[in-house]
Design a protein around this ligand. Structure first.
Ligand code: NAG
Ligand code: NAG
Ligand code: NAG
Ligand code: NAG
Ligand code: NAG
Length: 693
């Protein structure tokens, strides 16, 4: 019984002290809590600002956003004032917490946090940066603040001369101006002071004890990784008599934190215990292994840790290699685009030119450089600068065949055509294949085509191509054709003899261009289709029947051209007029001379005109076999041989010449009215590509 009473009485007394404090001399209550992590304690921890309790149980006071504040207070007030008679004292209290500060980058964290005794459970109006979410610039230092804080400041020199080192701990009374401060360090058990960084990114222990009777404070901070707690506190028996004047009846305990504009850290509290209201309170020790895991240290290293350095070097190396690969890939793509990746067959062709050179020669195929556009392609003027000759004028013909299939064979032929050299041929300098384009490079001949001389110029300047010039041109063309047909190592059929393919030099020397080009289109023969390429009016009748080009069909075209040169008339109009038939009719009336271009007036040699017209008719014979060879044509024209009589079978061809040609007729963009633009390779009257089964 006696022992029972002895047990009950203290409990009863304890009850009275706790709840009915007014009755007791001592006005303190007991506060004793432990948060080994804060999961489930949202209702007792009052957070504001950036502060939050993370799902993993960590209390985060601030993240690393600039210029934020965050506070977290235990939501019940603690009573620390004791009244004994007339004197008031502060009761002892003890707290322990584990925190982590993770800076943005090592050495660049900010600003810091405090453990605070505050009259309110938040810090409304408090500022960030050096005010640590505790005070602001207006109330800093005001005695009405009633705050006591232990600051863990990581920024140096903000309040010059006051916070002497950035990494420090200070005791603050109503002000951020620390009353007492110490660089952060701990005493190892050999009693040596060891510095360490607050913003190290690792958990740090803090123990704070206030002893009421002696009005002294002691503080220990140490890395949680230490094997044992330092025995000697960093701040020991520090007298803090100011506390009595600061504390109010009810105070809230908690934390404030802030970041700065350029300097920001995430501030975490991993666990917290507090005890007060008993004689010798001792906050529950926190066992780090029972706390939530520390937040990952994501601070960017700024130091020259050899491992980090090695990592950086390695990464840089990898990056460099990747960049190099990218570079070569891009170059490869570029080369590919410029067509410089060659197929096997393209190598070892002496006449192949580099696309790059052609590209720059024509200013990137600038439309301003176009000097002609015709049935087979567009012609650009360019200047090729080489080591031998400073700048050589060229004409680049850009052809886009319907398919590239025949190109290989064509190029083989071009290669040999490139060796053709005759004063009446436009020299083919080379070729280049680029994507789906075939580029042919010719000598640039500045004067113009026969087409423009015959039809355009007279109309504009009033000057008429003289008789002698006409004869000279006709002979020159004949000579060029003879070279193609007989004098070169193999027979070359031109396939598209017409005025626009004849270029005239200043001295009226004609040059025949585009030889063999039609072949490129003929080769695009589908298995069941015959493709005939040529120009209406110049196509021999047999071409429409068997599609077979031959030297004789060239002779036919030459005949039409010769008649055209003499008469100044186009070979056909919309289908009712046929030059050869017309000349033949005149011849049959006994006087062929009215066929001569009336613009010549009397400025021509009658005998020569008669001869030329007759040779022209002879060449236009319906039967290929009855047409003379180019060699004979030249002999006739030179008067070395008499022109034979034209036989009766000449004019069979009404049906053939007058049959409507069905097929694709490509007309030219650069029409004959433009004087200034002409070129070596202009295809100026329409070229025809006909298909038939
Ligand atoms: C505080 O509470 C814990 C249990 O939560 C207990 O172990 C400890 O002794 C108490 N401390 C004081 C001073 O009452
Ligand atoms: C914190 O929350 C946990 C889980 O809800 C609870 O067990 C513990 O008592 C709380 N601690 C305090 C001090 O309220
Ligand atoms: C109150 O003060 C007196 C002297 O100032 C002291 O003797 C006494 O122990 C004190 N009582 C308490 C409960 O602290
Ligand atoms: C301190 O604060 C009080 C109330 O907030 C104000 O009236 C007073 O002027 C302040 N004192 C100083 C020195 O700023
Ligand atoms: C901390 O907790 C772990 C596991 O709960 C335990 O093994 C260890 O002994 C504790 N350490 C201390 C100092 O209490």
């Amino acid at each position: 019984m006696g022992t029972e009473r002895a047990m009950v009485l203290p409990l009863f007394m304890f009850f009275l002290v706790s709840t009915v404090s007014v009755r007791a001399q001592r006005t303190t209550t007991t506060t004793n809590f432990t948060f080994p992590g804060f999961s489930g304690n949202e209702s007792v921890i009052q957070v504001s600002g950036a502060a939050t309790i993370k799902p993993d149980g960590l209390l985060r006071l601030t993240d690393r956003n600039p210029d934020v504040t965050g506070t977290a207070f235990y939501n019940k007030p603690v009573r620390l004032l004791e009244t004994n008679g007339t004197s008031t004292t502060v009761a002892s209290f003890s707290t322990s917490f584990v925190f982590v500060i993770i800076p943005t980058s090592s050495g660049n964290g900010g600003f810091g946090f405090t453990f605070t005794l505050s009259p309110t459970p938040d810090r409304q109006g408090a500022d960030a940066e050096q005010y640590l979410g505790l005070l602001n610039k207006d109330n800093d230092g005001n005695l009405t603040n009633h705050v006591f804080a232990v600051e863990f400041d990581t920024v140096q020199g903000f309040k010059d001369g006051e916070d002497t080192t950035g990494n420090h701990i200070g005791l603050n009374f109503n002000s951020l101006k620390s009353g007492i401060q110490q660089p952060v360090a701990y005493y190892d058990n050999g009693n040596r002071l060891e510095d360490f960084l607050l913003e190290r990114g690792d958990p740090i222990h803090a123990l704070l004890h206030y002893d009421g009777p002696t009005q002294t404070l002691s503080l220990t901070v140490y890395p949680a990784s230490l094997e044992s707690r330092p025995l000697r506190p960093l701040i020991s028996q520090q007298p803090v008599p100011q506390l009595v004047g600061i504390l109010q009846e009810e105070m809230y305990v908690g934390f404030t934190a802030a970041t700065g504009r350029g300097q920001a850290s995430a501030h975490y509290v991993m666990g917290w215990s507090f005890s007060s209201g008993v004689d010798r309170p001792l906050a529950n020790p926190l066992n780090i292994s029972e706390l939530p895991p520390a937040p990952p240290n994501t601070a960017m290293e700024r130091g020259f840790d050899p491992q980090i350095l090695a990592l950086i070097v390695a990464l840089s190396g990898v990056t460099l290699i990747l960049l190099a690969l990218l570079f070569f890939f891009v170059m490869y793509k570029k080369r590919l685009q410029r067509g410089e990746i060659l197929e096997d067959w393209e190598v070892n062709h002496p006449h192949r030119l580099r696309y790059k050179d052609l590209y720059s020669a024509t200013d990137g195929f600038n439309p301003n450089k176009i000097i002609g556009a015709g049935g087979f392609g567009t012609v650009f003027r360019g200047s090729l600068s080489s080591s031998s000759s400073p700048s050589e004028q060229i004409a680049v013909k850009k052809i886009t065949p319907n398919s590239m299939q025949g190109v290989r064979e064509f190029v083989a032929e071009i290669e040999s055509l490139g060796r053709l050299r005759h004063k009446n041929l436009v020299n083919l300098q080379g070729w280049c294949k680029h994507k789906n384009d075939l580029l042919l490079i010719y000598d640039y001949i500045p004067n113009g085509s026969l087409d423009s001389l015959l039809y355009t110029r007279p109309r504009q300047s009033g000057a008429v191509l003289s008789w002698n010039a006409r004869l000279r041109i006709a002979r020159g063309i004949a000579s060029g054709l003879l070279y193609l047909h007989e004098e070169w190592e193999k027979i070359v059929v031109h396939r598209d003899v017409k005025p626009s393919n004849v270029l005239i030099e200043d001295n009226m020397n004609p040059r025949l261009g585009d030889f063999g080009l039609a072949r490129l289109y003929e080769r695009e023969t589908l298995s069941h289709t015959t493709v005939v390429v040529g120009t209406i009016g110049y196509m021999a009748p047999e071409l429409t029947r068997n599609g077979q080009s031959s030297t004789a069909s060239d002779v036919y075209a030459f005949g039409v051209l010769l008649l055209e040169i003499v008469s100044g008339r186009r070979p056909t109009d919309s289908g009712t007029f046929f030059l050869a038939d017309w000349v033949m009719e005149l011849r049959q009336t006994g006087d062929i001379l009215p066929a001569v271009d009336p613009r010549l007036g009397f400025g021509y040699e009658r005998g020569e005109a008669k001869l030329a017209l007759t040779v022209g008719l002879l060449c236009c014979h319906q039967r290929p076999a009855s047409r003379p060879s180019m060699r004979m044509v030249i002999r006739y024209l030179d008067g070395e041989e008499d022109v034979p009589e034209i036989d009766d079978h000449w004019g069979y061809s009404d049906f053939s010449r007058r049959s409507k040609l069905e097929g694709y007729v490509s007309s030219d963009r650069a029409d004959s009215s433009s004087v200034a633009s002409f070129s070596v390779t202009r295809v100026s009257s329409s070229s025809v590509i006909m298909s038939g089964r």
